[in-house]
Design a protein around this ligand. Structure first.
Ligand code: UN1
Length: 513
């Protein structure tokens, strides 16, 4: 194991101490304190990052601002060509990068690979998009006039990513932002900075080979305390895309909103699956498992609530408990592991605190919830995923606890299920398992799920990159990734051209001076 870890770290260019900022191919001698990264898998120190300071921030932002002037003049399909090469480079490094993500964050190896695959997929998507940044053309109400809208690049885009997707969140934003003609400054979560550094080490060859100006793709690994608010209040940054908790999102939105900047907010979820008596219950069971325990419940799309029809409740709960008993919990790099550790001990504490509140409010823990001990689990971050019977209106159920706790709630009619489903502050992802078209169509209709993502016979998590990703209410309303989410990374301009020899006014106004 030690050998394997040393090997992927060296392939990725991660050394014992790493510089915390780069403007592309030039790494900056950051002078902030060291930020050691410990693996939740075994508690060992992986390597450390020297954090960026406000001064480093100033250097990077200056470079980015200058680079934008060059980058925006490169035709979009040519920018797409660079993104194509980045995608290919990621293909080459899928295995070591997936391993590092797994080891640093704790998600199991298959999910580490899956995360890198999402980066590759969005790169491919962005390459195609680079020839499809379409606007509409309109018919003017005036004779010999032409109208159309076009999309221009915005400028410097700030990307603040969360620990749970250490590398993919950047790619969803950066690959799209880049083909749109923007430059990017990435501020990764302080829990998983090595993964971010590895991404930049991987892509720097593409930037060098193509003579991409310094400042187009930047990384700045710093703590919010020292530079976070700089970033948010900086008028040179027209768009900040943030993935994180609702608490963080509120702060970002307020600070960026104060200067009338734009945000893409990807905040918390409280995702439910409605398990109907008309559903394929084996499929519903597997989806619930994947939804609730994949990434140890640390996806914003994780399934947190199961709304189960009364007539199948007991049977479904018992089957679920049986399935939970089979889960192989262990080292995330072990290919047989299905559930890895939580990201750190703070997350374990939150997991335990939530259970105390469940019991306090009158809920019942029906399975799991313990912290594992023993040599294999010495990091203290391994837990047994938990199942609890609760009421939807418990205050703890209304919150997003970023841990594998699955709430079971009974319903009697579809109306009641939909009402319970929507009765939480968050609105990211949702699902129904049913083969009854009246139920599924109602769930997808405007009187159904109020979430940004609504699935039929699929779990709440594991969205494809081709769709727009994001949610409503306290989830923040942002959309990233596929469909036309790219429009948020550009500024729209409406153009009207007069090719007549008259000057007719719109609305038929006569204005003869
Ligand atoms: C997140 O947890 O921040 O749909 C994103 C999914 C992944 C993305 C999760 N494609 O589960």
């Amino acid at each position: 194991d030690n050998h394997r870890i040393a090997e992927f770290l060296s392939r990725l260019g991660i050394s014992e101490h790493n510089k915390g900022a780069t403007s592309g191919t030039v790494w900056i001698d950051t002078k902030g304190g060291p930020n050691p990264s410990y693996s939740p898998a075994d508690g060992k120190l992986i390597a450390s990052v020297t954090l960026a300071t406000g001064d480093d921030y100033a250097v990077i932002t200056q470079k980015a601002t200058e680079a934008f002037k060059i980058w925006r003049m490169i035709p979009a399909p040519k920018r797409g060509e660079i993104v194509r090469q980045i995608g290919n480079r990621l293909r080459e490094f899928k295995e070591p990068l997936g391993s590092l993500v797994s080891y640093e964050m704790g998600k199991v190896y298959q999910e580490g690979l899956g995360e890198v695959q999402e980066m590759i997929d969005i790169a491919d998507f962005a390459v195609g998009l680079s020839r499809q940044l379409y606007g509409f053309t309109m018919h003017s109400e005036r004779e010999r006039h032409r109208m159309y809208d076009q999309y221009h690049p915005l400028g410097v885009v700030g990307v603040i990513s969360a620990f749970n997707f250490p590398v993919a969140v950047w790619a969803w934003n950066a690959m799209i932002a880049m083909v749109c003609g923007n430059v990017v400054i990435w501020k990764p979560s302080s829990k998983v900075m090595l993964s971010a550094i590895a991404v930049h080490k991987i892509i720097e060859k593409v930037l060098a080979d193509n003579e991409v100006p310094e400042g187009v793709l930047n990384l700045i690994a710093g703590s919010s305390k020292h530079m976070g608010d700089n970033f948010l209040s900086d008028k040179r940054i027209p768009l900040i895309s943030v993935t994180g908790s609702t608490r963080v999102g509120r702060h970002v939105s307020k600070t960026v909103g104060e200067r009338l900047g734009r945000c893409i907010l990807e905040l918390g979820g409280n995702n439910a699956i409605i398990v109907s008596q008309y559903g394929n219950l084996n499929m519903a069971l597997r989806a619930s498992l994947f939804g609730a325990v994949a990434t140890s419940g640390q996806r914003c799309t994780s399934t947190r609530r199961l709304l189960i029809h009364d007539c199948i409740f007991d049977k479904f709960r018992d089957k679920l408990i049986d399935a939970y008993k089979q889960l192989r919990i262990g080292h995330p790099l072990d290919p047989s592991t299905v559930v890895g550790p939580l990201v750190d001990k703070d997350a374990v504490r939150a997991f335990l605190d939530a259970q105390a509140r469940i019991v306090e409010e009158g809920g019942k823990i029906v399975y799991g919830g313990q912290v594992l001990s023993g040599e294999e689990f010495a990091s203290g971050c391994y837990v047994i995923p938990c199942i609890a019977e609760v009421e939807n209106d418990f205050s703890i159920v209304q919150e997003e606890t970023f841990a594998p706790i699955l709430y079971l709630i009974k319903y009697k009619t579809l109306d009641e299920a939909i009402e319970l489903h929507n009765a939480v502050p968050q609105g990211l992802s949702s699902a129904i398992f049913s083969r009854n078209i009246i139920e599924t169509e109602r769930f997808l209709s405007h009187e159904g799920s109020d979430c940004g993502i609504a699935n039929v016979n699929i779990a709440t998590n594991g969205a494809e990159i081709g769709g727009a990703f994001g949610g409503e209410k306290e989830t923040g309303g942002g959309r990233e990734s596929g469909s036309d989410a790219w429009k948020a990374y550009m500024r729209r301009q409406t153009n009207t051209i007069n090719f007549s020899t008259e000057l007719p006014l719109a609305q038929g106004i006569k204005f003869d001076a």
